[in-house]
Design a protein. Structure first.
Length: 136
């Protein structure tokens, strides 16, 4: 298994994985998010590949200070193997190499299993409220 940047050739496999993992929302077309991350100079999508088959992803980017992680997804067959932890470690290393000093992510409060995963990785509630405004 190896973790590397995904390429445009992996596009369909990435979208399929995100859909299977329940990470997509109708108002947020995943293809647009993927294109933005791959085209940006401060972002990428890392993919975990087993025998050239995509089995996990994590989108990572930064604003020069804070790093952000999105779309952490692992196939059902690889869940519980430590792959999610390895993908997060790869995202952290990517950010450290680019000078980010903090990593943040957002999790829906109802997703208690995922909150437990991030708790085990050392993340804590930042005691902030996230506000959003759609610009489209």
């Amino acid at each position: 298994m190896h973790i590397t940047d995904v390429s445009p050739a992996d596009f369909d496999a990435v979208i399929t994985l995100w859909e299977e993992a329940g990470l997509t929302r109708p108002r947020n077309p995943p293809a647009t998010d993927l294109r933005r991350a791959l085209d940006g100079s401060t972002s990428t999508v890392l993919g975990a590949f087993s025998d050239d088959r995509l089995v996990g992803t994590v989108m990572v980017g930064h604003d020069g200070h804070r790093g952000w992680v999105y779309y952490l997804a692992v196939t059902m067959t690889e869940r519980g193997t430590g792959l999610g932890r390895r993908l997060m470690q790869a995202a952290e290393a990517w950010l450290v190499q680019r000078g980010a000093v903090k990593l943040q992510l957002m999790v829906r409060e109802t997703n208690t299993a995922v909150i437990g995963f991030y708790d085990r990785l050392g993340f804590a509630d930042a005691d902030v409220r996230v506000l959003a405004k759609r610009l489209d």
